[in-house]
Ligand binder design. Structure first.
Ligand code: M6R
Length: 360
């Protein structure tokens, strides 16, 4: 049942090229430079949108965070991302599209928040992996990720497919609102079809990542830093490390380090720097190196500068920043997996956690 893998998590990490391909399948029209999604929302309604509010928990919340900068750039729409358990319906504004992200479709906090929000009117969507799940009954339209069941408690393939669903939605909204030209959208979509192959290339780096993970498995605290699209991935990397390797970990926006957490940085705190987009993160790498921290950098292949500042470099294929967030995700999943494996932990069923949280 684990297809020859020692854990479901590792199997599911390796299923990501396929899960992404399935999530894209039949939804791209290269001729029109558009995305086909049945959202249950008219073109006029999309035109008149003023805001998007996303509600989710845990890893799904990180997929929502990815939308924050993406929807502004692709569709000219500001986004609020809310942790479901903290959501107050009063916050919802008019002409707001409500989006619930939940792989199981059954997370109690997410369902409750969506119910509260619905009373304010407006259209709603779900992004979920489970056909027939409760969330699909609460919304006007659903985008299904098509990953097949995920057994490991740690979300892996469902997360990267949620990211792809968020990207498809951004392009659809951007096209409907005239914010993206057909040509711009077409270029993004053509590159998106190449993403499964790039993810495969990251998977082929597993031995390199395993060695690095094992080298730092004794760490008492890990830091993950990233900027822009890579900031949510830094949170996701830290969550994975906490969840399955039980190592206290912090995910930080690179620019926030000097506002407090830098005080924690020592030679005992490895820092994973998500450095595939932009040069600004390099100054953050220097900041932590100056405090003695080892830096594991995820960088674009052939980056001439990164080896000068980082202690270890994992090279990832070059692509657009938004897609490189998916590649960095796969790398941090493998890093957390091999750390937990080295520590001999029960990876598929971490202590105190359930796959689906059906209590508030
Ligand atoms: O089914 P959901 O996407 O609503 O689940 C939300 C969280 O419980 C879930 O993502 C959790 O954080 C994962 N175990 C993280 O790996």
């Amino acid at each position: 049942e684990k297809g020859g893998y020692p854990h479901f998590m590792l199997k599911e990490i390796h299923e990501q090229p396929r899960a992404i391909r399935e999530t894209i399948a039949g939804r791209i029209s290269e001729i029109d430079g558009d995305v086909r999604l049945s959202l249950g929302i008219s073109e006029e309604e999309i035109m008149s949108l003023e805001r998007v509010t996303i509600i989710a928990c845990g890893t799904s919340y990180h997929a929502g965070m990815l939308a924050r900068n993406l929807f502004v750039r692709a569709a000219g729409l500001p986004v609020d991302v809310e942790v479901a358990s903290e959501f107050l319906s009063l916050q919802l504004r008019p002409r707001t599209l409500l989006v619930g992200i939940t792989q199981s479709g059954e997370t109690a906090d997410t369902l409750l928040a969506l119910k509260k929000a619905k009373t304010c009117g407006g259209r709603s969507l779900a992004i979920t992996n489970v056909v027939g799940s409760t969330v699909t009954e609460l919304v006007d339209g659903t985008i299904f990720t098509r990953c097949g069941p995920e057994i490991g408690v740690a979300a892996t393939k469902t997360f990267t497919s949620q990211m792809v669903a968020v990207i498809l939605l951004a392009i659809r909204l951007g096209r409907a609102r005239g914010h993206l030209t057909p040509d711009q959208a077409r270029k993004m979509l053509i590159e998106l079809t190449k993403l499964p192959g790039l993810v495969q290339r990251v998977l082929e780096k597993r031995e390199e990542i395993r060695k690095i993970a094992e080298m730092f498995a004794g760490a008492s605290c890990y830091f993950f830093i990233g900027r822009d699209y890579l900031y949510p991935i830094s949170l996701e990397g830290a969550l994975k490390m906490k969840e399955i390797a039980y190592i206290p970990s912090e995910g930080y926006a690179g620019g926030e380090l000097k506002h407090g957490p830098l005080a924690l940085i020592t030679e005992k705190t490895p820092v994973v720097a998500l450095a595939t987009c932009g040069k600004k993160i390099q100054s953050n790498i220097k900041e932590v190196r100056a405090r003695g921290a080892e830096v594991i950098a995820l960088a674009t292949e052939g980056d001439p500068d990164i080896a000068k500042v980082a202690s270890k470099v994992i090279e990832l294929p070059e692509t657009r920043p938004i897609y490189s967030a998916v590649l960095c995700t796969v790398a941090v999943q493998l890093l957390a997996y091999y750390t937990a494996n080295k520590l001999g932990l029960p990876i598929d069923k971490p202590r105190n956690l359930a796959k689906c949280v059906t209590v508030e």
